[in-house]
Design a protein around this ligand. Structure first.
Ligand code: DAV
Length: 379
């Protein structure tokens, strides 16, 4: 295939305008990361009991990379420019003056790290120590965009210290011992592992709709992070959302903006943010409940749930890429009037997500528009 010579113009305001240029991640060297205050992996049935860490198995990595490469080809065959990150040695120990972490993670999900709003790409703070340096995998691309596009605004949110004060003490030990009632309470209180010591957010907790930006208050995005985003994107309206979910991480397997007037909501996780449903109704947006997913739980060695069924990439308002195993979800999209592109992607989950996670927008053709002219006090 001949290289796409499309000129670099960073511009993307929402999740659905015609996609022209995108980054697709790589599975190379992805780790089950060593335990850290933010997260502990415990997968004894698959060879990684609590406290252990290491490379994801090579044969899994090969399959994931095949599917990622195939996805990149599908996008290129539709005329998109596709760029890929540069993996680091994620096995290495990383440290700052405040801490030392035995491993990094990977660079399959660029969506987690990079947030594009208009002509700006913002590197998120991240809230795991294992992901603190992940932005480096995207630096070769960002440096290139900076040289090629004189209007590209390259930004990085303040790197958090991530000392012990950023995390609630013994959070996971306490969580294990909690009764169902206590967990229920914790979910309603949004009592997640992060403290409010410093602003933290992952880019994948954000969903863009022109003037309005929705941010998921999750286990990796705290109130300070949301406040930082509100001050940074001061000409936008930032709306905080949260759901009934024990392990909230990233908005894109819970609530997905599909096109102007249509959002997709997780059928199990219920929205809890006051005013949210009213806000969408008032602006004549339909919120459809997603279809039944293909799986009934987390795939092996994956921190992502079966709800990756919702984790889709819009190429424009009529065209949507969906994991090829998600038959019911594809049928639903078909009925909603989309052209569905089935993309085999099941082997990528363990590397950090689905089709939305695996991508980051560089260019979508369109401007910043107002899709929610009727605002609601307090949301
Ligand atoms: O809700 O299963 C998906 C993670 C997407 N980056 C979930 C998490």
């Amino acid at each position: 295939m001949t290289a796409n010579t499309q000129k670099t113009v960073v511009n993307s305001w929402n999740e659905w305008d015609p996609l022209k240029h995108v980054i697709v991640g790589r599975a190379d060297g992805t780790m089950i990361q060593a335990p850290e205050p933010a997260i502990e992996r415990d997968w004894p049935d698959h060879g990684f009991p609590l406290g252990t860490y290491g490379l994801l198995p090579k044969e899994m990595e090969e399959k994931a990379n095949e599917q990622l490469d195939n996805f990149a080809k599908i996008l290129e065959s539709r005329g998109l420019r596709v760029d890929r990150p540069t993996p680091l040695d994620f096995k290495q120990v990383v440290q700052t003056p405040d801490w030392k972490q035995k491993t990094m993670f990977g660079c399959m999900p660029p969506r987690d790290v990079l947030l594009t709003v208009g002509n700006e790409i913002l590197e998120a703070t991240m809230s795991y120590r294992s992901r603190w340096y992940e932005y480096l995998c995207y630096r070769p691309l960002l440096e290139q965009y900076f040289k090629e596009d004189p209007n590209f605004k390259w930004e990085a949110a303040p790197k958090p210290r991530l000392t012990e004060h950023t995390y609630k003490k013994d959070y996971w030990r306490k969580w294990e011992k909690m009764s169902e009632e206590e967990k229920d309470q914790a979910i309603h209180n949004r009592d997640w592992v992060l403290t409010e010591k410093e602003p933290c957010f992952d880019a994948a907790d954000i969903s863009r709709a022109g003037k309005d930006i929705f941010v998921y208050h999750s286990s990796v995005t705290n109130k300070g992070g949301i406040d930082w985003l509100r001050r940074h994107f001061s000409s936008h309206r930032i709306h905080v959302i949260w759901f009934y979910e024990t392990n909230p991480i990233h908005i894109d397997a819970t609530f997905v903006l599909l096109r102007p007037g249509l959002a997709l909501s997780n059928r199990k996780r219920k929205p809890l943010a006051p005013g949210m449903i009213e806000f969408f109704k008032k602006n004549d947006w339909e919120i459809a409940e997603c279809a039944e997913p293909a799986l009934d739980g987390y795939p092996p060695l994956s921190f992502c749930s079966q709800w990756l069924s919702m984790n889709t990439l819009m190429l424009d308002t009529k065209t949507i890429c969906v994991d090829a195993q998600e038959i019911k979800q594809m049928e639903q999209f078909d009925k909603l009037g989309f052209e569905v592109i089935p993309v085999p992607f099941a082997d990528v989950s363990a590397f950090g997500g689905g089709l939305h996670c695996a991508t980051a927008d560089v260019n979508r053709q369109g401007d910043c528009e107002d899709y929610f002219p009727k605002q609601i006090e307090g949301f």
